[in-house]
Structure formats: structure tokens, C-alpha cells
Design a binder for this molecule. Structure first.
Ligand code: URA
Ligand code: ZN
Length: 372
């Protein structure tokens, strides 16, 4: 029986190359093997994880085989009816490497991703990673090289850019290279907000505050800085997919726009000429795609309202947010997101089908089995 393709554009992996790199390190981020060989190693991913007062098995996060096994990724896809996945390296990517180390590791990781995809009978594609600590010519060199890797459909990018954020003028050659290579930028958070905003009781709530609020605010601020600094004026063909349904961009776009219109610092409001030329509404409709990793129909509807129903794409964030009951095959996080898309579209079954797969196939030129 023919099936309707379901495409997951937000799904991560720590390939073997990357785990080797993390194991070789003793500073954050690094991988800590435990004396109990049966226990998964711990990923010390944030400075707050690196707490010597805690026993090793309580530091950071457990990184079991679901973070690196392709067979487990394929099994997960089968369980949830996902036809095709566009895999990306999980945070914190290569942000922490020295300028000399970055390019060789980027090439190794990207080559491994390409190898994985090329043996997957078109069920896997990838977003590559960039050596952002290196010189801009080395970064653009990797962008050009990616065009020779058949399964690359874009790059995953954190919010710090070359270290100064995404409104940094030094990023201009990188934006130009991505624009001319027609590679989608998958904008994804990692750093969250300063831990002081979570207050002295933060540890009582585990990762709830940083993941539910810190991540989306981080992405919102990064994208807004890109827009404010005129990146989309200078690069009108740049394509950005914002993680987690745009953070809070759909909800706050009116307020962001209004603040710009009332800001005397932008002289064009008083007849001068600074600030973004292309309005936020236009950029959201022409340069931006949003994933549907938002766990509610309200969030999906907001995303659809600001970018349009052809520009919202299903994702899972696998292998993050697994069921707490380890014996369970179906993931609540995935089922919630599928249901949210269906509920948001109601009777418009075709709209839901496009968000679940059709939009990604068209945007990324995926060769996918099924009848659409
Ligand atoms: N999702 C991610 O992609 N990264 C995290 O660190 C946590 C959730
Ligand atoms: Zn993610």
C-alpha cells in the first residue's frame, strides 16, 4: 500500500567522530566514561554540569547508544511512521574548537554524515556543521566543499556565530557563501539564557526552565539580531529554518516590529535611513521556515499564521525527550507533535500532510518513497 511520506527535519546524532573528539577532552564539553562499564557515559555539556561536588554518575547527561546509533534512529523512524530524516549534529557542534582544529573536525564529521546517508537508500539526508571558530575563508571553503556531498541539504548553526552573535559584520562572507550555495540554515539553540534568570532554586526543576524557556528565547534573540542588522536586506535569498517553531518569534513578531517603528535610534523613522529595510513580516514570509517542534496546536497555528502553511516542517528532536518509561517504544514527544499538526489543521488534511512531509520534500529536494 502506498504511504504518505513523513519527513523529520529536526533529528540529531553524535556521530562516532564527534564522540571521539569529546572523549579526548577534559574541558566542557567532554564525555566522561564511568567506572561501571554498563552505565552510559555522561556528556558534560554546560559549564553548570561540570560540578566536582557531584558524583560522576550525576554530572551532565547520560549519552546512551540512541545518540549515535543509526540502526536505532532507523528503528525509531519505523516505529513512528517516519519515511525520511534530515539528520544534524547535536549541540554544541564545533563551537568550542580552536581555529586550527575546527576545519579538520568539520570535514571529518560532515564526511561521516555523508557516508551514513549514502548507505541509507535515501531514507537519510543531512544538515552539515561548520568550523565556526576558524577564519572566514576556511568556513566558506567548507561551505563550497559541501556542495560535492550528495546528501547535504543545509547547515545547522548555533546562535553565537563567530563568537559575537549573528549580527556580527564578520559573518558577511559566510552569509554570502550560504546564499549562493542555496544551503538552508537550521538555526538551533544551545546556550540558553544566563543561569541567574532561573533563580537559586533552578536545580529543583532539572532542565525544565533552560529547555522550555531558555532555548526559545535564545533563538528568538539570535534571529531578531540577524534581522535588525540587515542580514536579510543584504542577502535577500538567504533561507533560515528556525528551531522550535521559531522560539517565540511568531508570538512576539508584532511587538518586535512595533518596537522598531517606535525606536528613535533608527533615523529612518524620522526620515533617515538605518535599521532593517525589509519588514519583519516580509522576511518571515520569504526567508524563514519554522519547524513544528512545539508540542501544541496553538503553537503550530501561530507558526502557520506568520510564515504560511507551506513553510512549517515536522520534526522530532530525536534522541532528546525519550519516554521516561524505558520499555515504551512510542515516544510521547513525537506523538504529541504529530497530533498537534493534525489538530491545528482540522479538516484541512492536505495542509497537515504538507507539514508532516510535503513541505520538506519540496524545500529540500528530497527523493522520497511514497505517493505524496
Ligand atoms: N534538544 C536539543 O537539540 N539539544 C539539547 O541539548 C536538548 C534538547
Ligand atoms: Zn534539537
Amino acid at each position: 500500500m502506498a504511504t504518505t511520506p513523513v519527513v523529520d527535519i529536526h533529528t540529531h546524532i553524535y556521530p562516532t567522530t564527534y564522540l571521539t573528539l569529546l572523549r579526548s577532552r577534559t574541558k566542557v564539553p567532554y564525555l566522561l566514561d564511568l567506572p561501571d562499564k554498563m552505565a552510559p557515559p555522561r556528556l558534560i555539556i554546560l559549564p553548570s554540569d561540570d560540578d566536582p561536588a557531584l558524583p560522576a554518575h550525576q554530572r551532565g547527561r547520560p549519552i546512551d547508544s540512541s545518540y549515535s546509533s543509526i540502526n536505532q534512529k532507523l528503528d525509531f523512524m519505523k516505529t513512528h511512521g517516519i519515511t525520511t530524516s534530515v539528520i544534524s549534529l547535536a549541540n554544541p557542534w564545533l563551537d568550542f574548537l580552536s581555529p586550527e582544529e575546527g576545519p579538520q573536525w568539520a570535514a571529518k564529521v560532515n564526511n561521516e554524515l555523508e557516508d551514513i546517508c549514502s548507505t541509507s537508500q535515501n531514507s537519510l539526508y543531512a544538515f552539515a556543521t561548520l568550523p565556526l571558530s576558524a577564519s572566514s575563508s576556511r568556513i566558506t571553503g567548507e561551505i563550497h566543499r559541501l556542495q560535492s556531498l550528495a546528501h547535504m541539504r543545509g547547515i545547522i548553526l548555533g546562535t553565537t556565530g563567530l563568537s559575537q552573535g549573528l549580527d556580527d559584520p564578520a559573518l558577511e562572507p559566510v552569509w554570502s557563501a550560504l546564499e549562493s550555495a542555496k544551503l538552508l540554515i537550521f538555526l538551533h539553540p544551545h546556550y540558553g539564557l544566563p543561569s541567574s534568570v532561573y533563580g537559586p532554586r533552578a536545580s529543583e526543576y532539572g532542565h525544565v526552565l533552560p529547555l522550555s524557556l531558555g532555548f526559545p528565547m535564545e533563538t528568538t534573540i539570535a534571529f531578531t539580531r540577524m534581522w535588525l542588522s540587515g542580514v536579510f536586506d543584504r542577502h535577500p535569498k538567504l533561507k533560515v529554518l528556525i528551531a522550535h517553531a521559531g522560539g517565540t518569534v511568531p508570538f512576539l513578531s508584532g511587538r518586535i516590529n512595533s518596537c522598531v517603528q517606535h525606536e528613535r535610534h533608527f533615523p529612518e523613522n524620522e526620515g533617515g535611513g538605518r535599521g532593517p529595510k525589509r519588514g519583519l513580516k516580509e522576511v518571515l514570509r520569504e526567508n524563514v521556515w519554522l519547524d513544528a517542534v512545539v508540542y501544541s496546536p496553538t503553537g503550530v497555528r501561530a507558526a502557520v499564521e506568520v510564515v504560511g502553511k507551506d513553510r512549517v516542517l515536522f520534526g522530532t528532536d530525536h534522541p532528546f525527550f525519550p519516554p521516561l518509561d524505558e520499555g515504551k517504544e512510542e515516544w510521547m514527544s513525537v506523538e504529541t507533535n504529530i497530533q498537534a499538526v493534525k489538530d491545528a489543521f482540522g479538516e484541512d488534511k492536505q495542509g497537515a500532510t504538507k507539514v508532516l512531509g510535503g513541505n520538506a520534500i519540496e524545500l529540500l529536494g528530497l527523493d522520497v518513497a511514497g505517493d505524496g
